[in-house]
Design a protein around this ligand. Structure first.
Ligand SMILES: C[S@@+](CC[C@H](N)C(=O)[O-])C[C@H]1O[C@@H](n2cnc3c(N)ncnc32)[C@H](O)[C@@H]1O
Length: 434
């Protein structure tokens, strides 16, 4: 086989797609004289043969865009959304769902194997691959012709895709999405069309368990007096609600909690029930007396942990989340949780200084994970069990590598809380072993 001398931007090459990268891009290897390049291509599926154009080159990998599908993968399917190839929200809709799940699990397992984890105990698809998203952040832009465009952003762009449908949203939210431009065009005061005001955001959430959605419009402070910010949208009417009660309820296992559009909550409510069930199962097996929970949010796990231990210390850095956690605990009459508004690092430093001991630590950090300082503090406190819930296998693997110096994995599971996207949730149970 003749080896190609080099690779440059603009080259058109033929490529076999071998796998799905953790980012959701199809990936294949391209041989040049001094080694192989990994080539990453959007909308490519494992087992495709394609022609693609190189658009960016890095040291050992390159990004390309598909020019021609020479031989389609047997795992391809027709995307069911008319915006799919434009919208940056979903990127796996061209792959049959059961294969999406398999490829995502392979990608996550590969990343986690580098930290020393074996195969997952289970790969769970807890909810339907469509109509699972119960809340969404919608970008709004006022076009030159003063028409409002609403939707997600284009891939790698700040441009808003003007959406007419979104099949991953639950129906009440999709309905709200479709009428949003009409609402905004009717209510936006004319002086909002000034420079710098062309762009804002709206949070849509399902008014669970009713068949309506709430749109919560994030207007700049100076415009807040000029129009209602909260609307309820049902099949037969659109009602401005004024400023009252922009809280929403969501199901956490068999308990309903309150949250706010600005606070963190899982978007896949059916999937979240399974995630909560997994955490309850592990906690029930451990039977801890004293639990430390980091990144508690509004209490999605806390309210269940409280039933399974004598005492829970729940740590949350977000102001809104911490106050909603207190509200949820009060609402449910839970008295054995001490909630601390602090960063994970601050709280751990204090607990380490006080010589606090825990049978069980549950952490659920944002996508960036925890990092060395926080992991070092966990290692110094050394809880008997650690359960790490993560939505990013890459940062999870980085943190696990450090944790596995003192801990042994009991098992881990992968949960698909984000069908049609490359994201996957992992839950890892570790036991202190040294
Ligand atoms: C992935 S969410 C998990 C929330 C909750 N466990 C749940 O299931 O809804 C991560 C949470 O960590 C909080 N957070 C972010 N950085 C933090 C930090 N450095 N220390 C503590 N909490 C933090 C966020 O406000 C958010 O509520």
């Amino acid at each position: 086989m003749s080896e190609k001398a080099s690779l440059k931007v603009g080259d058109i090459i033929e490529l076999e797609i071998e796998a799905l990268a953790p980012t959701g891009l199809g990936t294949g290897r391209y041989q040049v004289q001094d080694g192989a390049f990994a080539i990453f291509v959007p909308y490519a599926a494992p087992s495709d043969a394609i022609k693609c154009r190189i658009v960016r080159i890095f040291k050992r990998y390159a990004e390309a865009e598909m020019v021609e599908l020479l031989k389609p993968s047997p795992y391809r399917t027709v995307p069911f959304c008319s915006h799919y190839f434009e919208c940056g929200s979903c990127s796996l809709m061209h792959i049959d769902y059961s294969k999406q799940l398999e490829f995502k699990a392979d990608a996550a397992s590969f990343v986690l194997s580098r930290a020393g984890l074996g195969a997952p105990k289970e790969i769970i698809a807890p909810a339907a691959p469509l109509r699972y998203r119960a809340r969404a952040e919608i970008h709004c832009k006022i076009a030159q012709n003063k028409k409002v465009q609403t939707g997600y952003l284009k891939r790698r762009s700040k441009k808003v895709v003007n959406l007419k449908e979104c099949k991953i949203l639950v129906e009440p939210c999709e309905r709200a999405l479709i009428v949003l431009p009409e609402i905004l065009e009717k209510y936006l005061p004319s002086n909002i069309f000034l420079r710098n005001d062309f762009y804002f955001k709206t949070a849509l959430f399902w008014k669970y368990p009713e068949d309506a959605a709430i749109a919560w419009i994030r207007l700049k402070q100076k415009h807040r007096e000029k129009m209602p910010r909260v609307f309820q949208i049902s099949e037969d009417k659109i009602e401005p609600l004024g400023e009252v009660g922009p809280h929403f309820k969501f199901p956490s296992g068999n308990i309903e909690l309150v949250a706010h559009p600005d606070s963190f909550t899982q978007v896949n409510w059916e999937g979240n029930k399974q995630l909560v069930k997994e955490v309850i199962e592990i906690t029930s097996e451990i039977r801890p007396e004293k639990i430390l929970e980091l990144h508690s949010g509004v209490g999605n796990f806390t309210v269940h942990l409280a039933k399974l231990a004598d005492r829970v210390v729940a740590v949350e850095a977000g102001k809104k989340e911490a106050s909603l956690l207190t509200k949820n605990l009060e609402m449910l009459g839970i008295k054995n949780v001490v909630s601390k508004r602090a960063t994970d690092k601050r709280a751990l430093e204090k607990l380490a200084k006080d010589g606090a001991k825990f049978n069980f630590l549950l952490c659920d950090p944002p996508r960036g994970g925890m990092g060395k300082d926080v992991v070092d503090l966990i290692l110094s406190i050394a809880p008997d069990n650690v359960v790490y819930v993560s939505c990013n296998p890459t940062t999870l693997a980085r943190d696990l590598k450090m944790l596995l110096k003192k801990y042994k994995p009991v098992y881990h599971k992968l949960l698909d809380l984000f069908p049609q996207t490359p994201h996957i949730e992992a839950i890892v149970w570790l036991k202190l072993s040294f």
